[in-house]
Design a protein. Structure first.
Length: 130
């Protein structure tokens, strides 16, 4: 598997941006089991205070802000990645139970658990002898 550079985007949404920084589309892995979908997004430099997740109608918007990323009292000598904000938008189906979505972030990795609504979970049908 070849790892690609973060995708940059100039206008990720129709809204005006207030901050004058580059905005990246974070890489996301999506997993599924019988009870939920799991979304895992790589967003280096963000924490629980700098990530916002909004759900309006069927649109899930994830935004992350990264401050300058500099070490206090130090001068940058070499950098292999650019500092910028993150934004990613997903359209959710009616299969997701919107009231039970859980989000956590640790070490720049955002994890969303999107539980399936009860009516779409697989059900085992009992068989009886006739």
């Amino acid at each position: 598997m070849v790892e690609k550079d973060l995708q940059k985007t100039e206008n990720v949404s129709a809204t005006e941006r207030v901050r004058n920084v580059k905005t990246f589309v974070p890489r996301v892995d999506i997993y599924e089991n019988k009870d939920a979908l799991f979304l895992v997004a790589d967003m280096p430099g963000v924490d629980e205070k700098t990530v916002d997740i909004e759900l309006e109608k069927n649109i899930l918007t994830i935004t992350g802000r990264v401050e300058n990323g500099r070490v206090a009292g130090g001068a940058l000598m070499y950098s292999e990645y650019e500092i910028g904000d993150y934004e990613r938008v997903f359209t959710l189906s009616d299969e997701i139970d919107r009231g039970k979505i859980v989000a956590t972030v640790r070490n720049g990795v955002l994890r969303l658990e999107l539980p399936k609504a009860e009516q779409v979970k697989p059900k085992k049908i009992a068989i009886t002898a006739a």
